[in-house]
Structure formats: structure tokens, C-alpha cells
Design a protein around this ligand. Structure first.
Ligand SMILES: [Mn+2]
Length: 218
């Protein structure tokens, strides 16, 4: 029976000499408009380090969930026209994060591509299914019972995911199976989103650096 070397680690510089050494999957994107100035640095093979300062505290709390449960390292700085409201900053953080994800993934060689997770947070239960398909699509199934969580407008949750989907070229389905408290429902969504990303971007050792599509391109 023939054997071959398999990648033992996703990390470049692995001590396993027989491992397939992959490039670091990191990216920095800066995006400036008349409304906001956003910089995002992401490491897809991180340890969950979060350093997110957008000026929108609830959004920072949700971005921290992406790091903690997706095991991404994420450093985000944003300044925006918060004197109007959080809308532009929230959306532009989503756009820039989506662009950074796409840049760090590159041609998407070797990844599992699909990810899903079902996350509870007390009474809330949210399912996320995603595909780094190259085709932006969002099915958004959250029904948030209050207009605000703290000072954060709960309508901005959908706006954030629309921006991420369009700029990372991701198919994303978010379904709420249960929940009463808006904070719980939103946080369960971000936790499920994080774990689904983690699953989808992991390197499949059996795929050995080919693009996971019968078309040969994503
Ligand atoms: Mn919370």
C-alpha cells in the first residue's frame, strides 16, 4: 500500500518536517470613505485573539465572539460618523471584514468550504450554514423582539451580515430555532457563525491544495 505525506498542521513553520507547509493566511485591508475609516487585520489560523475597537461597543462584543469561537485573530480599528448613528460604521466594518476574509482565503485552495453549527445561548438557539462559494447570498431568519440592545439598533445585525456576505463572496443561511432575548439571539448567531467559519476554512488534508469545486474555481 502506498503512503504519502499528509499535512499535520495548518500552520506555516510547523516542526513536522514531513508536513505540507502552507502559507500564512493573513490579510490587512484598509478602507476609507467620507463616512468611515476602517482597518481590519485577520489571521485565519489564529488562536482567537480579539482586539476590536469600532466605537460601537455591542459590535465589538460580537466581533469578539467571531475570534473566540472561530479561532481567528482579529484586529479592527474603525472611526466613523457615529454622531449620525451606528449604521455606516457597522456596515463598513462588515464590508472591510468581508474583504479581509476573502483576501486571506486567496484562491480558497484546500479548504473544506462548507461549515455549519447550531449554537444555544440559554433560551436562544440559532443555526448557521455557510459556503465559501464565491456567490454572495444571505438568507436571514432572525426575528429580534426589541429594536435595541443597549444603544445598538438590532436592524444593524442584518446589515452587518449583508456586508460580510457580499464582500467575502459567501453563501450564508441564518435560522433562528428559538429565542426570546435579543442579546441572546444575536450572540448565539455570531457564535454559530464563528464555528461555521472555523469548519469551512479549515484545511482538508485529503484535498491537498486543490480548489474545492468541480468547476475548479471559486
Ligand atoms: Mn453577551
Amino acid at each position: 500500500m502506498q503512503t504519502r505525506d499528509l499535512p499535520l498542521s495548518n500552520l506555516a513553520g510547523s516542526e513536522h518536517s514531513s508536513a505540507l507547509v502552507l502559507p500564512l493566511r493573513t490579510a490587512t485591508v484598509q478602507r476609507q470613505t467620507g463616512e468611515t475609516d476602517v482597518q481590519v487585520t485577520v489571521n485565519l489560523d489564529g488562536q482567537g485573539k480579539a482586539d476590536n475597537q469600532t466605537g460601537v461597543p455591542f459590535l465589538d462584543h460580537m466581533l469578539d465572539q467571531i475570534c473566540s469561537h472561530g479561532l481567528l485573530d482579529l484586529e479592527i480599528r474603525a472611526t466613523g460618523d457615529l454622531h449620525i448613528d451606528d449604521h455606516h460604521t457597522n456596515e463598513d466594518v462588515g464590508i472591510t471584514f468581508g474583504q479581509a476574509l476573502a483576501k486571506a482565503l486567496g484562491d480558497r485552495k484546500g479548504i473544506y468550504r462548507f461549515g455549519h453549527f447550531l449554537a444555544p445561548l440559554d433560551e436562544a438557539l440559532v443555526e448557521v450554514v455557510l459556503d465559501f462559494s464565491g456567490r454572495p447570498h444571505l438568507s436571514y431568519g432572525l426575528t429580534l423582539p426589541t429594536q435595541r440592545v443597549g444603544t445598538y439598533d438590532t436592524q444593524l445585525v442584518r446589515e452587518f451580515f449583508v456586508a460580510v456576505v457580499n464582500h467575502s463572496q459567501m453563501t450564508l443561511h441564518i435560522r433562528q430555532l428559538d429565542g426570546i432575548n435579543s442579546h441572546h439571539i444575536i450572540e448565539a448567531s455570531f457564535k454559530a457563525f464563528a464555528r461555521a467559519i472555523r469548519m469551512a476554512i479549515a484545511i482538508d488534508p485529503r484535498r491537498s491544495q486543490t480548489i474545492p469545486s468541480s468547476k475548479g474555481v471559486l
